[in-house]
Design a protein around this ligand. Structure first.
Ligand SMILES: *[C@@H]1O[C@H](CO)[C@@H](O)[C@H](O)[C@H]1NC(C)=O
Ligand SMILES: *[C@@H]1O[C@H](CO)[C@@H](O)[C@H](O)[C@H]1NC(C)=O
Ligand SMILES: *[C@@H]1O[C@H](CO)[C@@H](O)[C@H](O)[C@H]1NC(C)=O
Ligand SMILES: [Zn+2]
Length: 285
């Protein structure tokens, strides 16, 4: 009996409203917004050539977007530092979509750690943030990925509506997904789209901004629609160096191993709060 209750609770915690009975800061799996009237539009797979324009369209509408970024997918994130800083400075949320967009299910713990580490390192360097959310590529995750993400302080970010914009849907079909949200009188929505599609920038974003605002919804970041913090910590960005490169890292869809050593640690993070002399390092045992 107790086991049944536990299983039901655990299942609902993952599928439905995961905040029930849990602290907002405990890493978990989110696949829906919590706050009524909020719509969170989330853009995956960048940074790419549309990041600046999508960001600017949201800003002009008084709205906020969420970007789940890769390090080495549609180009190298270190070639788009200014665009990433532009979107972040405008108050849009930046989350991790892992380094190279490899499907992480059935990978070794070291490969999962590496895919998370390299993206955290890039966000620490470029923005001075520690992300609180990781969207697993393809929405694909298992217990291993979930517990490694939790160990790194990150919740998994899924969605409850998919525009299919990068999955073969026409723009009309994707617009139909937005219309379904409104027509179903949804209380809120956490919607997947892709920063890498020309028509997402040129057509879907203007359509969605107008549709949702005309219907009285508030367009917010994913963290805001959940009422939680988007970042584990906010510090300061670092000074670019030759180490800021995608050379020698896993390419798109690839993972570490072989000639590429797996990175399993925690990236250097520059806090704003440190002041005065640095404490002496703890000697190794
Ligand atoms: C594509 O669009 C249709 C119709 O608007 C929608 O039902 C479907 O969920 C969308 N997504 C995918 C991946 O096909
Ligand atoms: C839409 O949902 C709200 C509560 O979420 C309810 O008050 C309202 O009556 C609904 N409207 C329609 C047309 O179903
Ligand atoms: C993005 O869309 C906007 C609005 O339609 C357009 O002005 C802009 O040129 C587009 N950006 C790119 C890079 O195509
Ligand atoms: Zn993706």
């Amino acid at each position: 009996m107790l086991l049944v209750i536990w299983v039901l609770f655990t299942a609902s915690a993952v599928r439905g409203h995961p905040y029930l009975g849990q602290s907002a800061t405990t890493p978990q799996v989110y696949d829906a917004c919590v706050n009524p009237n909020d719509i969170a539009l989330t853009f995956d797979d960048g940074p790419y050539i549309y990041l600046r324009d999508i960001s600017a369209q949201f800003t002009a509408a008084g709205a906020k977007a969420t970007f789940f970024m890769n390090g080495n997918n549609w180009g190298c994130i270190y070639d788009r530092v200014a665009d990433v800083q532009y979107a972040y400075a405008a108050g849009h949320m930046i989350g991790s979509h892992t380094w190279s967009h490899a499907d992480l299910s059935n990978r070794t713990p070291e490969q999962i750690q590496d895919a998370m580490f390299r993206m955290e390192e890039a966000l620490s360097r470029i923005l001075g943030i520690k992300p609180a959310f990781m969207r697993p590529p393809y929405g694909s995750y298992d217990n291993n990925i979930q517990s490694i993400a939790a160990g790194r302080g990150q919740s998994l970010a899924l969605w409850d509506w998919d525009t299919g914009d990068a999955d073969g849907n026409t723009t009309t079909q994707s617009e139909g997904v937005y219309s379904s949200v409104v027509n179903s009188n949804a209380s809120n929505a956490l919607i997947l789209e892709h920063e890498t599609k020309d028509t997402t920038n040129s057509t879907l974003v203007p359509f969605a901004l107008k549709l949702f605002q005309d219907n009285g919804y508030k367009l917010v970041t994913m963290a805001e629609c959940l009422g939680v913090n988007p970042y584990q910590a906010v510090g300061v960005n670092q000074t670019p160096s030759t180490a800021w490169t995608c050379d020698g890292t896993p390419g798109p869809g690839k993972v570490c191993g072989g000639s590429i050593a797996c990175e399993t640690g925690t990236p250097v993070f520059s806090s704003t709060t440190s002041s005065g002399p640095t404490a002496a390092p703890t000697p190794s045992p």
